[in-house]
Design a protein. Structure first.
Length: 235
């Protein structure tokens, strides 16, 4: 390793079941891996193994019980596990992006504006951001007639393609992908593979979960088996 953008060391997570008398359920223990610029690390393992929980801890939606999640902001390592909410929000704006299976947007905002606004978050001016948004929506086969409409009126597949365009529009050093191609057909999955490859060539570090084996094989530089971090395995 040279100078990874993201490093997880000794990360553990459990959930408290308040409806079960406060019983604690261990989800993962001693998670450790690092991600270099231009590398795509895919989290592997069956459903329920904790893949999405790892992404949510990196993004700061979940707190970990132990360990460190070091994200490099320029040359400064920030421990997301210990960071204040304000610092995490700043990291989300400038350093790490997140693409899930679901589009959450403000009602009545047009698709083109959603993607262009995301591109502006990392410094593009209005013309550059609009041009990038148009390129991404075109590549992802979102019909131009829909660009001026709010995605709430779109089909599920069209919404997801807008979601992917929004996630890929900014220039952030780290990108988290949680099954972004789950609702896409083969042609659009191939486009996403090309766009992920573009990001890798630009030096973006990627941590991803992919339901589709063909996508996973094409984008992964390395697969981390999440099952190896389960408390049962650690025992």
């Amino acid at each position: 390793m040279t100078n990874p953008i993201l490093t997880l060391e000794g990360v553990s997570k459990s959930f408290t079941l308040h409806l079960q008398g406060g019983q604690s359920i261990g989800v993962m223990q001693d998670v450790h891996f690092a991600v270099e610029p231009g590398e795509c690390v895919v989290l592997g393992g069956p459903s329920g193994a904790g893949k999405s929980s790892i992404l949510k801890m990196i993004y700061g939606n979940y707190r970990c019980d132990a360990g460190s999640i070091l994200l490099r902001d320029g040359e400064e390592p920030i421990d997301i596990a210990m960071a204040e909410p304000r610092r995490i929000l700043a990291l989300r704006k400038h350093v790490m992006g997140y693409v899930s299976q679901f589009l959450r947007v403000i009602p009545r905002v047009p698709a083109l504006a959603i993607v262009a606004d995301a591109a502006r978050e990392t410094g593009l001016d209005e013309a550059e951001a609009t041009a990038r948004a148009k390129r991404l929506l075109s590549l992802l086969n979102v019909p131009e007639r829909l660009w001026g409409l709010p995605p709430a009126t779109f089909s599920g597949g069209e919404q997801q393609r807008v979601n992917i365009a929004r996630g890929l529009a900014p220039d952030r050093p780290l990108l988290l992908l949680d099954e972004p191609t789950a609702s896409l057909d083969a042609a659009n999955r191939a486009v996403v593979v090309d766009l992920i490859t573009e990001k890798k060539l630009a030096g973006v570090a990627i941590v991803g979960i992919f339901h589709d084996e063909d996508v996973r094989e094409k984008v992964a530089d390395r697969i981390v088996d999440v099952v190896s971090f389960s408390p049962a395995e650690a025992a």
